[in-house]
Design a protein around this ligand. Structure first.
Ligand code: NAP
Length: 311
């Protein structure tokens, strides 16, 4: 087995923690990049103890803070010579919360789920280039199914605190848009990095049981929804296995710019003008990727927005 150097963001809970267990157990060199070292200490100890892998490090990283991302990247570069796998797992989805800005003045959902992964990738690009099989994986969500509605577009109008008291503000909508924006960046990065041999893909997560701590972050109404969903969702280890396979298996070598579903299948571009049958397939299966994700103009817009925000 090839031993890889791996970073997993948000590795202290849920799918991220389950993935950390898996990489550590298989003997890889692992950095658990977590927002709070205090709250993540227990997860780190568990991962080291069960895997008996002493090459597992806990490092502080707040994906909503550009300063933290730059500090983390600097420290990582000083300690390691290479990065083979970068898993952007951390995500902000505190449904029901009010409008919040990051310390850089960016709407918190977009800052954490889009601008953060963009900046961290750019900061670590040189390290990824050292690998002969570098793979980046983004955590996606089946929430992007909303974009099968041809009228829906990513709302970029309130990302800088333009209208903080907007009565229509919902984290749910910004989360939906952020996961589509992240998919667009995935495609754009895949194109830009193709000559560097760096693969960039996204896994479309269609549900994983949420921990008590994550459920507690939601407002009461969303908490009830999450508890009901938890009855039907599979444990985080199921998606963690997909993260692992996509980032290590030869079957995924050279595959880039793709949205991959919970069966490890590459999702196809949806039809532009779907008939009734195709519409059913789009909504009832995880085989199609919304056409909107392929819109180069919007991809470029999101990319340059990230460039500007992180300058
Ligand atoms: N569970 C699902 O059904 C589902 C469905 C679709 C997509 N997803 C995606 O899957 C990924 C993992 O979610 P999960 O279900 O495993 O939830 P989770 O257990 O709540 O994990 C989320 C992780 O993200 C971290 N995080 C949030 N904001 C951060 C920040 N600013 N900096 C660093 N880390 C931050 C959290 O750290 P703290 O502990 O410090 O908050 C936590 O470790 C997310 O990207 C999510 O959007 C999940």
């Amino acid at each position: 087995m090839k031993q890889r150097t791996v970073i997993i963001t948000g590795a202290n809970s849920g799918i991220g923690k389950a993935t950390a267990h898996r990489f550590a157990k298989e003997g890889h060199i692992l950095v658990m990049a977590c927002r709070s070292p205090e709250r993540s200490r227990q997860a780190w100890d568990e991962v080291k103890a069960t895997s008996k892998n002493d090459q597992v490090e806990l490092m502080q990283l707040d994906m909503a803070s550009f300063d933290s991302i730059r500090k983390f990247s600097k420290t990582f570069r000083e300690k390691y010579n290479i990065l083979d796998v970068l898993i952007h797992n951390a995500g902000y989805f505190e449904h029901g919360s009010s409008y919040r800005l990051s310390e850089n003045g960016i709407e918190l959902t977009f800052a954490t789920n889009v601008a953060g992964p963009y900046l961290l990738t750019m900061e670590l690009l040189d390290m990824l280039k050292q690998s002969d099989d570098a793979r980046i994986l983004m955590a996606g969500s089946n929430i992007i199914k909303h974009f099968f509605n041809p009228k829906l577009e990513i709302n970029l109008s309130n990302l800088r605190g333009e209208n903080p008291n907007d009565p229509k503000y919902r984290v749910y909508d910004y989360y939906r848009d952020s996961k589509m924006a992240l998919l667009m960046i995935t495609k754009k990065m895949a194109d830009s990095f193709s000559d560097k041999g760096i693969a960039v893909n996204m896994l479309q997560i269609n549900g994983a049981t949420m921990s008590k701590e994550s459920v507690a972050k939601l407002t009461p109404g969303y908490r009830i929804v999450a508890r009901i969903q938890n009855l039907f969702f599979r444990p985080p280890e199921f998606m963690a296995n997909h993260y692992y396979v996509i980032c290590t298996d030869d079957a995924f070598k050279g595959i880039t710019g793709e949205l991959i579903n919970h069966k490890q299948e590459i999702m196809e571009k949806a039809e532009e003008n779907p008939g009734a049958k195709e519409q059913m397939i789009q909504l009832a299966t995880a085989s199609r990727c919304p056409v909107y994700a392929y819109n180069r103009e919007v991809q470029d817009k999101i990319w340059s927005l990230c460039e500007k925000m992180t300058e």
